[in-house]
Structure formats: C-alpha cells, structure tokens
Ligand binder design. Structure first.
Ligand code: GLU
Length: 445
C-alpha cells in the first residue's frame, strides 16, 4: 500500500505553530514511508477563505521545506460533494432539517437545563409532509444532517491514542450543508479522503469526535476508513492552550531569526519520548519518526528552548546553507570564524562589521595606549602569516612582560572595539595585517 497523508488547512488565516506541527508530522510520515503528501485547501467557507492566505500557506510550507506532492482545493469539488449527498439521501443517510439557529439554541438550553447532553433530538425525521410543505411555503430552506447509525458502535485503533470507542447515540447527527448550500467541514473532508486515496489522517486530538462521525461517513459512502493518528495538542510553557501560540507563525519566527531547521527539529520531537536535539538534517529526524513515540500529554512549546536549539542549529549550518543570506564579501572562511559566535543569523552583520569596520573603540587608558603603541611597532615588524596573532602576542609578552588578560584584552578591544568575540587567531586573519595596523594606530593615539 502506498502511504498518502494530507495537511488540510482552511485558508482563513495564517498557519500557526500548531498547524505547522500537524503539517510536519504528515509530511515526515509520508517521507518515511516513501508515500505522498497532499496539501488540501479546505476552502468551503467562501467568505472567510482568502487567496492571500492560500499563498501564505504555500510560502510557509516551502520555507519550512515541507514540499507537497499534490494540491487540491475543496472549492473545486462542490459538484462532487453534491453528487455524494444525493447518493446518501437516496440511501436515507442524510435528511433535511428546518430548525432555525435560535430554535436549535433553545433546544440545547432546555436539554442542558435538565442536565442532559445537548444532542440533536432528530425532530426533523418526524416532520410530516404537510409540515415540510408549510416550511417551504414560508420560504424556509432546509439544512442537511448526516444520520448516524445508532446501531453500530464506532471503534478504531488510533496510532497514538490506541483503542477508541464511541456510542453514536451520544453524538448529534452533524449538519453537513447549510440552508444557503454552503458545506460544513465533515462530509467534504471524508469524501476527499476517500477520493484522494488518503491512507493516514494525522491531526490534532480536537478532531477525535469528528473522526467518530466521519468513520460512519466513510462506511456510508462504501469505503473503508483510513488510519488515524490524533496527536495531543500543543500548549505553551504556562501549560495551557494559549492565544499567543495561535498567532505564532512563520513570519514571527523569521523576524526572530529562527531557522526552519530549528522549528522542524523542535516540532518533530516535542510531545514524543525522543529528546529534542539539534539535528539540522531532516532525514535523520524522519528516520526516527514513529507514532508509538508520541505521548498522550500535551506537547509543550517553549520559546526559550527554540532559541537555544536555533543557536545550536546555526552552529551546524554550512556556508552553502547560508551563503545567500551573508554579506556579499563574506566567504566560507569568514563564516567559519564568525559562526561559533552567533546566537542567530541576525548577529552576522554585527560580527562582519567587526571585520570590515569601522569599529567603535571603548575608553582606553594611557597605560594601555602605550602598550598598543608597542603592539603597533611589533606588528609592523611581522609578515602576514597564518599564525600572526600568536607571533604578535608572543613577541609582546616577551617585550612587555604582560600576560593573560592585560596582554589580550587591550589588543582585542583595539582590533575589534569589543571585549568578547571570535577567536582572535582566526579573526585577525580576516581583519588582515594592514587594517590591524591602522586600528592599533588609532587606539594608541
Ligand atoms: N480544515 C480542517 C482543520 O483545519 C482539517 C482537519 C482535518 O485534518 O481533517 O481543522
């Protein structure tokens, strides 16, 4: 069997970190199994779906490296949904209902007031043809419900949650199409999963009850249900579903100079029994992907953990990975020197400026100025070479008797303007003998 997964966002907003995690897991599983990954745009809501969000979703997935093998849109498939609704109608599995939203609301309130679960009472099934004719004469249009089969218990073995059981009598017959002809999520999704050959549905556990209903839809449509994996939800460090996570997406990651590899490495592992590790090679993450490692407890998303992981990932990136984002004159050698000092890629410019100048000198004492003047003289007498820093500091140690911090710190300050930073051996090579001479001259004057 060829595995096929899908990521099915509604293009009514930007992807947030929770959606990204779901997309990632679907993609990883398909990659691992040599299957295909479908991007399905659930754009049945014509008013709220926007082309701008469709484009943003595609761009975000591309940035994360989650290429889809196929793309489908629900708005292209309304005829197909209607065709299947007619079939289900002929089989007695969908029925029209005429209650208004207010009437349904009132029913629910009464049920709740009596301590009963607010399950739809199927009053529409007992309407007489006269009553229906009266509604139609009034201009009322029906919405359509899927009739659950109360006689068949719903069970499945979830790849994450294990054996699941639902009593269909405890669920409301879901509305599948509104009065105005627009489609709700449930039925189109099941029809698509069948038509598009989806073998595994990986989504958040907020869809578990939907799955129970959809399993009966698959069967009513003459299909076998796919496998399901419902993952525990993502929560913030405060341990709750937070509003903030709901608005955290690719644009905020990019603003904070978070690398896609860091997000992928984090979201691949949080909520699983595998440790979060700085793995920049996604193939390695794919190889270890396994639903049996997913826990039932919520996955915790921690910005601090992401920032730290990001730093470690940056330290693993090759020149070729980052070349297009580096200052033009920065070569592989400069990258190798600067890379270990980066918190994130946003720091590159600052360190490159240390190489190219101009630098801003700190306050330098008269005593240090004298020392730096000696350093200038020493450097003048040395040829450019790979161990220039060693030669310079060796000679100065001899000549001045300084060692340790009093020897190194004034030099670092004079050459970089800073009291910390990349290894001076390598940095001096990037700065070059001539510029170093000029900086020492300035600092000692
Ligand atoms: N459009 C649905 C959502 O975003 C898809 C859920 C599913 O994966 O079936 O929640």
């Amino acid at each position: 069997m060829t595995i096929k997964t899908r990521f099915a966002p509604s293009p009514t907003g930007h992807l947030h970190v929770g959606n990204i995690r779901t997309a990632l897991h679907n993609w990883m599983f398909a990659q691992k199994e040599g299957g295909t990954f479908l991007l399905r745009l659930d754009d049945t809501d014509a008013e709220r779906s926007k082309e701008e969000y469709v484009n943003a979703i595609r761009a975000d997935l591309a940035w994360l490296g989650l290429a889809s093998d196929e793309e489908q849109r629900q708005s292209d498939r309304f005829d197909r949904y209607e065709e299947q609704r007619m079939k289900l109608k002929a089989d007695g599995r969908v029925y029209p209902a005429y209650e208004t939203a207010q009437e349904l609301d009132l029913k629910r309130k009464i049920q709740l007031g009596r301590g009963k679960p607010p399950i739809y009472d199927r009053a529409a099934l007992t309407l007489t043809s006269d009553e229906i004719a009266a509604f139609e004469a009034e201009g009322r249009k029906p919405h359509w419900r899927f009739k659950l089969d109360h006689g068949t218990p719903i069970t499945w073995t979830d790849r994450i949650r294990g054996d699941q059981n639902f009593d269909p009598a405890l669920l409301s017959d879901p509305v599948i199409r509104r009065e105005n002809g627009s489609w709700l999520y449930m039925l189109p999704s099941a029809i698509d999963d069948i038509d598009m050959g989806i073998t595994h549905v990986v989504r958040g556990e907020d869809h578990v009850a939907n799955t129970a209903v959809q399993i009966q839809m698959f069967h009513a449509l003459g299909a076998k249900e796919p496998e399901f994996a419902h993952e525990a939800l993502l929560v913030g460090t405060e341990g709750k579903l937070s509003k903030r996570l709901g608005s955290l997406g690719v644009s905020s990651f990019r603003e904070k100079h978070i690398e896609p590899q860091a997000i992928v490495a984090l979201l691949a592992r949080i909520g699983t029994s595998d440790p979060v590790e700085p793995i920049a090679d996604v193939q390695q993450l794919i190889a270890s992907f396994d639903f049996s490692r997913f826990g039932r407890a919520p996955a915790r998303f921690d910005d601090e953990e992401l920032a730290q992981l990001n730093q470690k990932i940056v330290h693993l990136l090759d020149y070729e990975d980052v070349k297009s984002r580096l200052p033009e004159a920065m070569d592989a050698e400069s990258w190798a020197v600067i890379r270990p000092n980066l918190h994130d890629m946003g720091d590159v410019g600052q360190w490159w400026k240390v190489v190219t100048g101009p630098i801003i000198l700190p306050e330098i004492s008269a005593e240090d100025k004298e020392f730096l003047s000696a350093a200038h003289g020493t450097l003048e007498g040395l040829e450019a070479s790979d161990d220039l820093w060693k030669q310079l500091t060796g000679a100065l140690k001899e000549a001045t008797g300084r060692k340790g911090k009093p020897l190194f710190m004034p030099l670092r300050q004079a050459l970089t303007g800073l009291d910390h930073g990349p290894d001076m051996n390598s940095l001096l090579l990037l700065i070059g003998r001539d510029i170093a001479l000029a900086r020492l001259a300035t600092a000692s004057s």
